[in-house]
Design a protein around this ligand. Structure first.
Ligand code: ZN
Length: 289
């Protein structure tokens, strides 16, 4: 099953539901950033949320979601665009912590206390951001709180990443269920009933359900699928992009690259692609300003 997002309404169009399958997205991020299992789960949950949120807002809203915790992972940033392309950075990818009692990956401990910030149009002048405190660093609850506080939306968020023995991604996905204006107490009771038997998203995938099956469970059979959208890890950086970025550096810094380093090698922090700039090219950058 390829990665995708199902977008649906349910409960007489009073609820919006997103369901995500993100195995390839998270596995690609693991390979690029060489994440250890708990970092894979933390970044994978954030990527999965970002994938669903990339299709949540009307208009041209590129998004960045930043989690800055005081745990060993440090900062994570996920960026998405409106066609479901995502990229990410993680400060410390070598984190492998488990909870003693459950033997589950200790994402909350690895992330810690701190802030979650969602920024719309991060690369434009009219960018707009909103931050909330992390509730427990497990990402799903933190986002639920963000939707409630920043967007006045009641939601239920489930995010999960299951890792194989060899540390590759076995299952990754999630759901976001949001009450739309006019949702009644009766609908809330129905949703609570639907959510009752659900322990985790990865358990649902492991039991053999696909995204449609999970949607059906969340919607209590009332779902109407509106769309199915692709998602993938895609950076989109280029040598031209870094040419422009180098143009912004001071002469002293460029001169140092020319005189002392004999060129520059830039590694993209999102995709780890390497770009080499020769002394000639650095001179060209200096005179292009
Ligand atoms: Zn890149």
């Amino acid at each position: 099953m390829n990665d995708h997002i199902l977008i649906a309404t349910a409960y007489n169009s009073l609820v919006r539901i997103y369901v995500a399958k993100t195995n390839n997205l998270v596995e690609t991020a693991r390979n690029i950033h060489e994440t250890w299992p708990t970092a894979t789960a933390a970044l994978g949950r954030l990527l999965t949320a970002g994938a669903m949120m990339s299709y949540m807002y009307d208009g041209d809203n590129d998004l960045s979601i930043k989690v800055e915790g005081d745990g060993p992972i440090g900062q994570m940033i996920v960026e998405s665009n409106t066609v479901g392309e995502l990229r990410a950075v993680i400060k410390n990818s070598a984190v492998y912590l488990k909870y003693n009692d459950s033997n589950k990956l200790a994402v909350g401990n690895a992330v810690g206390h701190g802030l979650l910030t969602v920024r719309r149009n991060p690369h434009l002048k009219n960018s707009f951001s909103s931050s909330v405190n992390l509730i427990n660093g497990e990402i799903a609850e933190d986002l639920t709180y963000y939707f409630y506080l920043s967007e006045q939306t009641n939601s239920s968020v489930g995010l999960g990443v299951l890792v194989n023995e060899d540390q590759s991604v076995k299952q990754a996905g999630g759901f976001i269920l949001q009450l739309l204006p006019g949702a009644t107490e009766e609908v809330i009771i129905q949703i609570e009933k639907a959510l009752e038997g659900i322990t985790s998203v990865t358990d649902l995938f492991e039991s053999g359900l696909d995204t449609r099956g999970i949607l059906n469970k969340l919607a209590g059979g009332t779902e109407k699928i509106l769309d199915e959208k692709p998602i993938r890890y895609f950076c989109g950086c280029s040598k031209d992009y870094y040419f422009e970025a180098l143009k912004k550096l001071d002469n002293a810094v460029l001169d140092e690259m020319i005189d002392e380093d004999g060129g520059a090698e830039i590694i993209c922090q999102y995709c780890k692609n390497k770009y080499h700039f020769s002394v000639d090219e650095l001179h060209k950058i200096k005179s292009a300003r």
